[in-house]
Design a protein around this ligand. Sequence first.
Ligand code: PLP
Length: 404
Amino acid sequence: MEFAQSDKLADVCYDVRGPILDEATRLEAAGQRILKLNIGNPAPFGFSAPPSVLASVVDNLASAQGYSDSKGLLPAREAVVRYSAGKGLAGIGPDDVYLGNGVSELITMSLQALLNNGDEVLLPAPDYPLWTAVVCLSGGRPVHYLCDESAGWNPDLDDLTSKITPRTRAIVIINPNNPTGAVYDRPVLEDLIEIARRHNLMLFSDEIYDRILYDDAEHHSTATLAPDLFCVTFNGLSKAYRLAGFRSGWMVLSGPRQHASSYIEGLNILANMRLCANVPGQFALQAALAEGGGAGDLVLPGGRLREQRDTVVKLLNDIPGVSCVPPRGALYAFPRIDPALYPIDDDERFVLDLLRKEKILLVQGTGFNWPNPDHVRIVTLPCVDDLTDAIGRIGRFLGAYAHI
Ligand code: PLP
């Protein structure tokens, strides 16, 4: 008797932890040292959370034993309201805030509450692939709008507009973007919002990297520029606060909620069904937002994240046929590998061969729903020495690959 998986999983794909990671785990079990540049998880690379946040969780552990309200502890939701107000989002209250076991759970709830079979959602290509996976799992159809590498990975708004159909329900914006590191300037966001306005579309804005910005990048929260549109904004503690293991995130509804009462009822059903987000993570959230700093000095000149980003960009661009748009935010680089020099037909195979030969684990670009096998994503979290070693090995591997 064979127990088969659900048909609902037919198009669901999440390559950040895909079969190549399984191979890396096998190689590690066999005693090999693998440099993992595949997951944006700060803590294992020596990025610790602010001590005050950890102390607060310990102090509050005894009070964190029971379930909370489904949407989350009131003081924690009030902390999110204050954070949002600090970013310029007016007119929301604790009732508009939902806490989740990471942004991941909230992405799932927000799409499951919305989509009927065949409904379409516009997603960036490349994207953080959970968004595409959850659209599929919810019965929807992901439709990808291209981001333009030659224009700093900004969204191609003509492409986006051409893909709107009567079935389109929402536009997803990931800003700062994973995997490209793009941070959208205000006029770009305003143009995108105008398209949503004209076509009466909901906006989902994933802003989990809003506090990891380099150089002069400035983050504009989509909802603050679209007070007349129904927006859902996502953020959490996993990245700037280095607390991915605490599974703590939030989602804020804004704009004309009166036109979304049925959707909000659906969200409440889903929030009730999963009972609540883990409560120690809700205490962490209060302490983290009170502490305020986010990535702080790490992204300033001389800061560790900034130096690592600079190292990655320089070393990648030094490899013949490799080009990397400098990321303005987040924790990744998404270089192009010129197909004229390196004829990669199958980028999953390429990444697997790289792993076996050079013991470096990356994720292939198509894993982020990029349409061509000519990009990879590199996490910029390891120390400069490890990144230098890793990119040296990538260059060596490519040198041999060019002649295969
Ligand atoms: N959104 C983006 C753009 C991400 O890159 C990630 C994690 O890498 C998530 C959401 C998920 O975050 P969380 O740890 O809060 O579930």
